[in-house]
Design a protein around this ligand. Structure first.
Ligand code: FE2
Ligand code: FE2
Length: 210
């Protein structure tokens, strides 16, 4: 893999970039590891475009799926022992790995920066309030070059100029897809949609008229 020139100050995490990459390479499947590295590249391009902190973005991108391949049972136990939102247990394990990845990175590698932890935590479901770093990771995870689902090009186009609109588009796309698949929706994902994707009240047509 091409060497990335970014070197970390180690103010946010005790690891160098090389160490962080090595941890992910040995923890994750090859397929997932490649995804993570594409997310980093995409996220760094967004960081350049929207003036986000590149070191924070790089750490969050490389670590965002750290817990993704952990066994469900282990994740379930951690949600309980770490006092995370127990409501999550009623929803699919796909929504667990973000919050757990943040907890594990904090516990195991002293990752101690709110922007980075929040970006890892919210990368799947988003949040009504997201830092610039969290927005960058949320968008980069969705648009990395190997993504090919319907709508991804619209998100890529928005991300060329308007990060907020890209976040809004992705939150709407996520909710719409879950509804299409008749999947139960974790309420925090709906909160993200309400905060980012609903038009301003004055622009809205009243759905109850006509
Ligand atoms: Fe993920
Ligand atoms: Fe991911």
């Amino acid at each position: 893999m091409k060497k990335n020139k970014l070197s970390y100050s180690q103010n946010y995490c005790e690891l160098t970039r090389e160490q962080l990459v090595d941890i992910m390479e040995s923890t994750l499947s090859k397929r997932r590891f490649k995804h993570v590295m594409r997310v980093e590249k995409t996220a760094l391009a967004l960081a350049e475009r929207f003036e986000a902190d590149k070191e924070k973005v790089s750490i969050a991108a490389i670590a965002h799926d750290y817990a993704k391949e952990n066994p469900d049972e282990e994740m379930r136990d951690l949600i309980i022992s770490e006092n995370l939102d127990l409501d999550m247990l009623q929803y699919g394990s796909n929504i667990w790995h973000g919050p757990l990845g943040a907890v594990l990175m904090k516990n195991e590698y002293n990752l101690d920066d709110e922007d980075i932890l929040e970006a890892i935590k919210y990368h799947t479901i988003g949040s009504p309030r997201m830092s610039l770093v969290a927005q960058v990771i949320y968008v980069a995870d969705f648009i990395e070059p190997n993504r090919s689902f319907k709508g991804v090009d619209d998100a890529r186009e928005l991300a060329e100029t308007d990060l907020t609109s890209a976040v809004a588009y992705i939150s709407r796309h996520t909710i719409t897809n879950l509804i299409k698949r008749k999947t139960k929706i974790y309420p925090k994902a709906i909160e993200t949609y309400n905060a980012w994707a609903v038009k301003n009240k004055e622009d809205q047509d009243d759905p109850f008229v006509n």
